[in-house]
Ligand binder design. Structure first.
Ligand code: MN3
Length: 207
């Protein structure tokens, strides 16, 4: 069974003005679709693996034969990470989108970082300083929130950590609108972040 690209959970213009319509078309319809196509091609002769949810492939890369492991890590990671990325955002000004964090994640952010501003600063700096392509991530480890960055399409899932939040800092994410100003994109992104979905993921991460 082949993997398929799920439609965006909102209109292509929904994230304006923070993420523009053209970027969303390219990022979802071209970049994400290409990861899906490449993963399907890599697993064409491995129906047992192709039957697994992509998150399971990424969480257990040692189960993938060595000759296709790097491809699955990169392409499968590209599928899985973008699946998360789209759900972490929503139309600015609507309920649960942007503004201050809510619920359990708000309390945990205060406990581990002091306040939301300090957390944002840590996350944005980590993602802004990440050299090359990759993502900034928020995970829950040893009872604490932790901000990390990983290269390319690598996921904390491969290290046994459930991702609560990520932000894509590949240039295709922001270059049309923000050009080289990655930090501006990172700062603007919090206006469209979906706290309900982040709380849902935080509950899973806590187990
Ligand atoms: Mn991307």
């Amino acid at each position: 069974m082949a993997y398929e690209l799920a439609p965006l959970p909102y209109d292509y213009s929904a994230l304006e003005p923070y993420i523009d319509t053209e970027t969303l078309h390219l990022h979802h319809d071209k970049h994400h679709q290409t990861y899906v196509n490449n993963l399907n091609a890599a697993l064409a002769n491995h129906p047992d693996l192709a039957a697994k949810p992509v998150d399971e492939l990424i969480a257990n890369l040692s189960a993938v034969p060595e000759e296709i492991r790097t491809t699955v890590r990169n392409q499968g990671g590209g599928v899985a990470n973008h699946n998360i990325y789209w759900t972490l955002m929503g139309k600015p000004g609507t309920s649960g989108i942007g503004g201050n964090p809510t619920g359990a994640i708000a309390k945990q952010i205060t406990a581990d970082f002091g306040d939301f501003e300090a957390f944002k600063k840590t996350f944005n700096e980590t993602a802004a300083k990440h050299f090359g392509s990759g993502y900034g991530w928020l995970v829950f480890q040893d009872g604490k929130l932790k901000v990390i960055s990983l290269l390319n399409q690598d996921s904390p899932s491969s290290q046994g950590l459930y991702p609560i939040l990520l932000n894509d800092v590949w240039e295709h994410t922001y270059y049309l609108k923000y050009q080289n100003r990655r930090a501006d994109y990172l700062g603007a992104w919090w206006n469209i972040v979906n706290w309900e979905e982040i709380n849902r993921r935080f509950a899973v991460a806590k187990g």
